[in-house]
Design a protein around this ligand. Structure first.
Ligand SMILES: NC(=O)c1ccc[n+]([C@@H]2O[C@H](COP(=O)([O-])OP(=O)(O)OC[C@H]3O[C@@H](n4cnc5c(N)ncnc54)[C@H](O)[C@@H]3O)[C@@H](O)[C@H]2O)c1
Length: 428
């Protein structure tokens, strides 16, 4: 879809056919809690969802507030803190784009203030928070959408169709990787030249995190520190786990084992720059997740679902099916038999089948649908408008984030971790 086109709420995400206009009085007014890098992308995406209006923003760094107000052509108002956004009864829904250690508190306060909530992934900073948030969302009767937007893309929906219809046969393995090889890829982001105690609200950033001295690296590169982030697992693997759960219908792995190491970016962090994890699902498949910030092996990103009838690969917006029907060529085995027996073999049904190799024509699906973030937000606002179901609720967010927390726990302790399906907690 061209970037200028808007998604209309009456149609639901990704379905643009019967667009319907929304009267200004019916607009969903949105407050943005934190307007950091990701939230500026959310802001631009919300502008493309008809029937919404961004009315307020807040952030712990003044430069980001200024830029966000510019992006709304001055229509959004600056609020001093997230509590002021929550206290404003004219605001219907909020987005939360703070670092991860703040999510639980802000989500719960927002639900209790009667707001519908779009919270960036990972939903939680630790496993216990997930159940608490899911219960709070149910109690409040509010919509909670978690922001792993990939599942709202047409290509992921197509992958889900392929998996669920049996087109790939029996799925036994999923492989996925995120690899990078640059400072920015390793979260060493540039720090704005005006950043100082005058422009940065350090106490607001810290919130529930341990007290420590003003530190611009921690403020702008918080993913590098376990006090605010779960590193690779919560930043990147959580997207992969959300997609894996969505396409397979599985809820959680039963067993998780991982290794994490810090090889290269030692000066800048206390979380690994290389992480490998294996997740076993009771549904009958295993997942291999890997990420390194020291090489862009395989072009950086890869997602493969391996089945007995074929493999699907998702790379960016291109989904490719590699058919792989069972086919044997035992020529090298029977070629070592007596000639007569070899000839006899090729007159049997198995032998004859080997003389007719199946066609393996690749199927390529190029996603030309809405950008995933726009579609994911449209799905959220559609649910807000209709009080219906949304694609990634608190339970989905809790489960995907819990995979990341199990991975980190395994990497830190050296033990295999298990999921207690009844009590929603980790068991080692
Ligand atoms: N869905 C995606 O693809 C995607 C991509 C990037 C980031 N994210 C998620 O979005 C969130 C934010 O990441 P980011 O890259 O935008 O980080 P960022 O550092 O650019 O933005 C975080 C913002 O939160 C602000 N903040 C911190 N505490 C605050 C408080 N108490 N009140 C108001 N503002 C506060 C900071 O000032 C900062 O501007 C994270 O949870 C991250 O995992 C998701």
């Amino acid at each position: 879809m061209p970037l200028t086109r808007r998604i209309f709420l009456g149609t639901g995400a990704g379905v643009l056919a019967q667009a319907q206009t929304v009267a200004p009085s019916d607009r969903i007014s949105v407050g943005m809690i934190a307007v950091g890098s990701r939230s500026h992308e959310l802001l631009e995406a919300i502008k493309k969802v008809d029937g919404t209006e961004i009315v307020g923003v807040c952030d712990a760094y003044s430069g980001r507030v200024q830029r966000a107000i510019e992006r709304t052509d001055g229509r959004a108002k600056k609020y001093a803190s997230y509590k002021d956004i929550l206290a404003d009864p004219s605001i219907d829904a909020v987005t939360i784009g703070t670092p991860d250690h703040w999510h639980r508190q802000m989500v719960i306060e927002a639900l209790e203030a009667g707001k519908d909530v779009y919270c960036e992934k990972p939903l939680t900073f630790n496993i216990d928070e997930g159940l608490e948030i899911a219960v709070a969302a149910e109690r409040a009767g509010k919509i909670l959408q978690v922001g792993s937007q990939g599942i709202s893309s047409d290509s992921t929906k197509m992958l889900r169709d392929w998996v669920q219809s049996g087109k790939l046969g029996q799925i036994t393995m999923v492989r996925a990787a995120y690899n990078r090889n640059s400072p920015g890829g390793a979260w060493i982001y540039p720090i704005p030249s005006d950043a100082s105690p005058e422009t940065v609200d350090w106490e607001a950033f810290l919130g529930p995190a341990p007290e420590r001295e003003f530190d611009l690296a921690r403020f702008f590169r918080w993913r590098c520190y376990k006090e605010y982030s779960g590193g690779i697992a919560t930043d990147l693997f959580v997207h992969l786990c959300t997609t894996i759960h969505y396409v397979t219908g599985a809820v959680m792995p039963s067993d998780v084992v991982a290794m994490g190491d810090l090889y290269r970016w030692r000066e800048s962090r206390n979380v690994p720059d290389t992480l490998n994890a294996v997740l076993r699902y009771k549904e009958g498949f295993t997942v291999n997740l890997s990420s390194t910030f020291n090489s862009r092996a395989d072009g950086g990103y890869g997602f493969q679902v391996l089945g007995t009838e074929g493999a699907a690969q998702l790379a960016g917006r291109t989904l490719t099916l590699y058919p792989d029907p069972a086919y044997d060529n035992n020529a090298w085995i029977v070629g070592a038999w007596p000639k007569k027996l070899e000839e006899a073999y090729y007159s049997t049904p198995e032998g004859r089948a080997e003389l007719r190799p199946p066609k393996r024509t690749e199927e390529v699906y190029r996603d030309t649908g809405p950008a995933a973030t726009v579609a994911h937000l449209a799905d959220f606002f559609h649910a807000v408008g209709n009080r219906g179901a949304n694609i990634e609720d608190a339970w989905d967010g809790h489960h995907a984030a819990s995979c990341a927390h199990l991975i980190n726990a395994s990497a830190e302790t050296g033990s295999m971790m298990h999921w207690d399906f009844e009590r929603h907690r980790a068991v080692s």
